[in-house]
Design a protein around this ligand. Structure first.
Ligand code: ADP
Ligand code: ASP
Ligand code: MG
Length: 483
């Protein structure tokens, strides 16, 4: 017997979580377009919107925080004044109702005053803790959410801004916090469901959360994508739509490969591999929360909402050639630990990776030669200096006795990854890739293939990234959507 669905079930079944990135809320005109998209969707189904800071704002905030830490006592006043002007001018052109404008201005004033105190305190102490940096970097989202909510309400669709500190509960790892899903689910349900029941569209700050004891955390740079899928999973949404400034997931970064094509459908695994190896269109952790519930995620262009975008689904849609897309990650460094003597040093591999794990350094690729003379691995540039320092400490004794001869770092490298689930059943992809690169004189520094065989990644010199991408893109016919 099929039971009739309750209104709550219906609401859950249709719920859409939409996220808008920095460029989609970059200025008044962009916010107006974004507000139209939200209002249109919210008229026909329940929606939760998640927004990033206006584009460039987070970078400027982090820069101000760092200057304050160096003792620049003007940094706080300067950034606060600039942000006030920028957000005020958008507010003036988006919201005509005086009361509504006043309410947003009051919220913004509170956030800006807090920002000023945080920067001034940092300058006074000349110290920037990860917690303070999170508090300062979060100001952009806390300013944009009330602005966008007012712009949506202006269109006759009631909307209320909600700070994600009230919804997303995380561990206390500042700068890259992880959600605690059960707690997040309970808090999000309690705060958001009543708004949805009243047909009010919640407008949530992306990028941020709070630890169990209420301290603001951030999910890592570009983390608003992750905020959207965390909320999608927590609220049992029917789908998550990530609105950005390109038509979807493309066969390569369009800034490097101009004839890259939009991929209509791609699997979770493929999209996750692309994100992990640097495709900025998705934060690397974006798909984690939605995999279990198989919630589809769309990537669409807020500047061209009529285009269909890319649908990310559990299995994607297979294509003949096997290779779906390419990606490159440039802000990385190659660290090598080695020397002929390491054969005799017990557990070099174990000690190396315990060290990186302790630092929470993200190891992107590992390669070890069979002679065991050398272990090399890649971490993001931000983690390189502290990783090398920690390894030199760990192996100090072995270095002194020449058992380990070097621990070196090469920052001028990049990883290029060739991604596609069907590569598994298609022989010769590695050969084809390396032949093409050989023809173009691209020197390969290291190669790795995951056991899932849905990606082959290789390390090249940084200056060769563009030609490696262009060559491989052509070799696999990715410029031709029919292939
Ligand atoms: P948002 O501000 O909306 O979060 P991002 O700048 O973080 O947007 O991500 C979108 C950008 O990702 C695009 O403008 C594009 O340059 C870049 N990008 C890199 N690789 C890809 C890819 N494979 N497909 C689409 N975009 C990509
Ligand atoms: N505003 C944050 C950043 O710039 C988060 C995001 O845009 O996703 O990193
Ligand atoms: Mg982004």
């Amino acid at each position: 017997m099929v039971l009739p669905r309750s209104p709550l079930d219906k609401m859950k079944a249709q719920l859409q979580v939409m996220k808008f990135g920095g460029t989609s809320v970059g200025d008044a005109a962009c916010i107006a377009r974004t507000a139209q998209i939200i209002a249109k969707a919210a008229r026909s189904r329940p929606c939760i919107a998640v927004v990033s800071a206006m584009s460039g704002v987070t970078n400027r905030l982090i820069d101000a925080a760092k200057r304050a830490a160096e003792g620049d006592t003007e940094a706080g006043a300067a950034i606060v004044a600039a942000l006030r002007t920028q957000h005020d001018s958008a507010l003036a052109s988006l919201v005509s109702n005086d009361d509504a404008r006043k309410a947003v201005r009051e919220k913004m004033d509170d956030v800006l005053a807090e920002g000023r105190r945080l920067c001034d305190g940092t300058a006074l102490l000349r110290e920037l803790t990860p917690r303070t940096l999170d508090a300062i970097s979060s100001l952009g989202e806390r300013l944009s959410a009330p602005l966008v909510a007012a712009a949506v309400s202006e269109l006759g669709v009631p909307s209320e801004s909600v700070e994600a500190t009230e919804l997303i509960v995380t561990d206390a790892y500042h700068g890259g916090a992880e959600p605690l899903m059960d707690l997040t689910r309970a808090k999000s349900e309690a705060r958001l469901r009543p708004l949805l029941a009243k047909e009010i569209t919640p407008l949530v700050t992306g990028f941020i959360g709070a630890s169990e004891d209420g301290k603001l955390t951030t999910l890592g740079r570009g983390g608003s994508d992750y905020s959207a899928t965390i909320l999608g999973a927590a609220m049992d949404a029917a789908e998550v739509i990530i609105w950005t400034d390109v038509d979807g997931v493309l066969t390569a970064d369009p800034r490097l490969v101009p004839d890259a094509q939009t991929i209509p459908e791609i699997s979770y695994r493929e999209a996750a591999e692309l994100a992990y190896f640097g495709a900025k269109v998705l934060h690397p952790k974006t798909l984690n929360p939605v995999v279990q519930a198989a919630i589809p995620v769309w990537i669409r262009n807020s500047f061209a909402p009529e285009r269909p975008g890319t649908k990310i689904t559990p299995h994607g849609r297979s294509i003949g050639g096997g290779v779906k897309a390419l990606t490159a990650i440039r802000d990385v460094a190659l660290i090598s630990v080695g020397g002929p003597g390491i054969v005799g040093v017990p557990d070099v591999v174990g000690r190396t990776f315990s060290t990186t794990a302790e630092l929470r350094a993200n190891v992107l690729l590992i390669s070890q030669s069979s002679s065991q003379n050398d272990i090399c691995f890649i971490v993001s540039s931000a983690d390189a200096a502290k990783t090398v320092e920690a390894l030199r400490k760990e192996f100090a004794h072995d270095l002194a006795h020449h058992k380990v001869e070097h621990i070196t770092v090469d920052p001028n490298i990049a990883i290029v990854a060739v991604v596609g689930e069907n590569m598994r059943g298609t022989p010769g992809i590695a050969g084809k890739t390396f032949n093409a690169l050989g023809r173009e004189n691209v020197n390969l520094i290291a190669i790795a293939q995951g056991s899932s065989e849905s990606n082959i990644s290789f390390v090249v010199e940084e200056k060769a990234v563009k030609s490696a991408l262009l060559t491989t893109h052509r070799e696999f016919g990715l410029h031709n959507p029919a292939s």
